[in-house]
Design a protein around this ligand. Sequence first.
Ligand code: 4NP
Length: 159
Amino acid sequence: MINVLFVCLGNICRSPMAEAVFNGLLKEQHLQNQIQCDSAGTSDYHMGETPDKRTMEVVLQNKLALDHKGRQFSADDFEVYNYIIAMDEDNKKNILRLESSATQKSYKVFLMREFEDKAQNLNVPDPYWSGADGFIEVYEILWRSCQNLLDYIKKEHQL
Ligand code: 4NP
């Protein structure tokens, strides 16, 4: 199984939405037996909480599904996940801070927008303090990025 982890700060807005978008693609392409994904936050602010209401609205409007409870990223995740996808540069820094030279590196850490064609900025904007339109913008970024991420993983694993 190939394991993908999406990571943001709170694990209630961007990374669970990425999980929903990516799962939608896996389902559409019948790849759920080969690839699976989850999400986590670098903070412990919303551990155990369901995703933000505005995230769920966008997910449901786009006929996607999401069943997730907030959890904090930990060094153990390096042992499980093959692709760790950070939503912004701060998240990526906080992930890499937990890396240990002792662990064998069988994972890769990327920024989500490295996979977006013609991204103007490499950070997925944090929509937490914005209105509903901020969540729609995030969805559109994730939709474009996740398709290319999946193509990249398929190519790497000859799927
Ligand atoms: P996320 O958004 O990292 O996309 O889940 C945030 C959610 C909560 C907070 C910040 C960002 N917060 O400060 O509580």
